[in-house]
Design a protein around this ligand. Sequence first.
Ligand SMILES: [Fe+2]
Length: 261
Amino acid sequence: MPLSTDYVSKTPDATGRFAYSPEENAVWSDLYDRQMVLLRDHACADYLEGLRKLDIDAQAVPQVADVDARLCAQTGAGVKAVHALIPQDEFSTLLSERRFPVATFIRKREHFDYIEEPDIFHECFGHCPTLTNDAFCRFLEHFGRLALDLGEAYSERLFRLFWFTVEFGLIREPDGLKAFGAGIISSPEELVWAMSGEADAVPFDLMTILRTPYRIDIVQPIYFVIDSFEELAGCLATDMRTALDKAEKMGDLPARFETAA
Ligand SMILES: [Fe+2]
């Protein structure tokens, strides 16, 4: 997540609704249409089913309150409108409550292909459908509690696990590798690259992930593949403090990118 942004989240009206201009709705609709062409073949089944269950609007930016109510009915999960970027503790607290933070602004057309900041397309289109899977929600809830318990000293390494799964994870399905990470699902550029067959996709391995550095401002040079969301939820049964200490002691694997931004 970037440290700063020029984008500002919107202010709701007295009924909790957010107003979007015709151009903002057009950006949403164009993003939605462009992504769906590929996602029908390349998104995981739970994502596609979740998109249907949440009845995410293809034509206009959805209202956070509507998505929240529909999610709650599915898995007891929810979303909360937040400022564009929030402190990590606030982020982890929301996860631990099975709630996902949603910035309410939408990217400008000049950032159509790629945006570092998480906008509402990334949050609602990218993340929310998979929150209809209970095992995935259990993972997020547990991850949030762990992040709070372990504190800042472990944060950077722990969030590699979030990055390589919730943001950029792939899952193996009977007919091939599919995307579930919101950073792939919501980014035209990342989705094309991740599904090109040229990207490196390796089996999920907790210790490898904890030792793999990443950059937020490039398409990812490596993706990790889970076999199921139960596997993902189950990985947190590990003593994470010990695993993180071990990863620290073993050191990072060589970066697969230029380290100077
Ligand atoms: Fe995200």
